[in-house]
Design a protein around this ligand. Structure first.
Ligand code: MTE
Length: 450
């Protein structure tokens, strides 16, 4: 179920069929999204118009405009909240955001990729990007409890304190968290294609050493039923309210039980210290290799369900829409993709006839990075870079290569990664309107000075 796109698509179809049969819930999902899902499931033409509208309308009834944070105008969701009226860049983030380390986009802070050159394999908290739909909540660990509930449990459910979680066998895992829209800006700048959402460069990624309890241990400890199919983790940050009054509720995204029982952690430590406020204190989910939205921060509760669940975060957002996709969009995004980047400022100036050591990172959600190649002549010829880490799936490797530029003037540096599945970064990425999963080879502009 968590594997190929095809199996995700059929899973999605099954979910919709179950919803239609009244065996699934779609809380906070807009009517148009349910109709789009009907189309995705090949059912739209079979639904009497009035019936489909009333059924879909009922789904929307649960959407109340309540208390919450209204984000600014010009906002798009689905990891695309941009600074607009009423949102000051960096607003709501607790840690310092010095301009040499971060570029600010509304409620989000992007790591300057070149700043990673000064860091080791893992990304220090001081450098780690922040992606907040609203703002970082300040939570009291002593009062915090995680509630596991729903009809996918054999009993009434259970609450876990932080001490309860720490008493379970701890697991340490080094993994990246990467936003689905990382590198989105290159759809526009390299492919001349319009996309909506935060114009990230390559810095909506960080790799940390996460420590916590296995989600599978917690679910079993709460009395997991064999009939459970989905879990829906939900954050304790503010509800997301759009300027038009639409309230999407708290950030939450369902995940199939197969992924939940596979490798997901309830992390309470990041790089050997308690999670910092901006990264989910006291406990966040870590869903290795999956798009960043799956790693819900400031976890408050997890619903376990015998019926498939929907939220706006797996219907309207985090699917692929555009000419290459069916009108109703792709299946919900799961895995991240394959990328590489130079740790070099954009438009850096390099001296000619000097030996430079070009460095960068490459990562894949599907396999270990096995090769990185660099072109300094616009893609005409390629040289292998030296890999410095033993990269695993869901993690990255640092790489380097020497370069002595001969001429002077503008130049383009290219890097491309290959992973152990045999996949190499393509020349271009198929367009999708929300700019997710950009994986094409970047053309990094520099100037060579004589
Ligand atoms: N969890 C909650 N509760 N609220 C959020 O806004 N943002 C998600 C995810 N988990 C989010 C969340 C997104 S889109 C990403 S990419 C990651 O958190 C970012 O994690 P970070 O801020 O620790 O880098």
């Amino acid at each position: 179920m968590t594997g190929s796109t095809e199996s995700e698509a059929s899973y999605d179809r099954r979910r919709f069929n179950q919803w239609w049969a009244g065996r699934a819930r779609a809380e906070g999902v807009a009517r148009r999204d349910i109709l789009r899902l009907a189309a995705a499931a090949g059912l739209a033409s079979t639904l009497p118009v009035g019936l489909s509208a009333s059924r879909a309308g009922a789904v929307g009834e649960g959407v109340a405009v309540g208390e919450g944070v209204t984000v600014g105008e010009g906002v798009t969701v689905g990891e695309g909240v941009t600074a607009g009226q009423g949102v000051t860049a960096g607003q709501g983030i607790v840690k310092p955001l010095p301009p040499e380390l971060f570029t600010l986009h509304g409620t989000n802070a992007e790591t300057r990729f070149e700043a990673l050159a000064d860091t080791g394999f893992t990304t220090p908290v001081s450098h780690f990007f922040v992606r907040n739909h609203t703002r970082t909540p300040r939570l009291d660990a002593a009062a915090w409890k995680l509630r596991i509930w729903g009809d996918g449990l054999t009993g009434a459910g259970r609450q876990f304190t932080l001490a309860d979680l720490k008493s379970l066998p701890p697991v340490t895992r080094t993994a990246f968290v990467e936003c689905a829209g990382n590198a989105r800006s290159f759809f526009r700048t390299l492919q001349n294609q319009p996309v909506s959402g935060t114009p990230w460069n390559t810095g909506a990624i960080g790799t940390a050493r996460w420590r916590g309890a296995r989600l599978s241990d917690v679910l079993r400890g709460a009395g997991l039923s064999r009939r459970a199919v989905d879990v829906m983790p939900r954050g304790l940050d503010d509800e997301l309210v759009m300027p038009d009054g639409t309230n999407y509720g708290r950030v939450r995204r369902p995940m199939p039980i197969s992924k939940a029982l596979d490798d997901v952690l309830l992390a309470y430590e990041m790089n050997g210290a308690p999670l910092p406020p901006d990264h989910g204190f006291p406990v966040r989910l870590l869903a290795p290799s999956w798009v960043g939205i799956s790693s819900i921060k400031w976890l408050g509760d997890i619903e376990v369900s015998t019926t498939p669940l929907y939220s706006p975060w797996n219907t309207d957002f985090y699917r692929l829409y555009g000419d290459a996709y069916p009108p109703e969009g792709s299946a919900p995004l799961t895995r991240q993709t394959l990328k590489s980047a130079f740790e070099l400022p954009w438009n850096a100036t390099l001296s000619a006839h000097t030996r430079h050591r070009l460095t960068g990172r490459a990562w894949s959600a599907s396999g270990a990075v096995t090769r990185v190649e660099v072109s300094t002549d616009g893609g005409a010829s390629w040289r292998p870079a030296r890999l410095h880490d033993h990269a695993r799936r869901g993690s990255w490797t640092r790489w380097s290569i020497p370069w002595t530029p001969r001429g002077s003037g503008p130049a383009e540096l290219l890097c491309r990664a290959t992973d152990s599945t045999g996949r190499t970064q393509p020349q271009t990425t198929t367009h999708n309107t929300q700019g997710y999963l950009f994986d094409a080879v970047l053309r990094h502009a520099v100037t060579v000075r004589a």
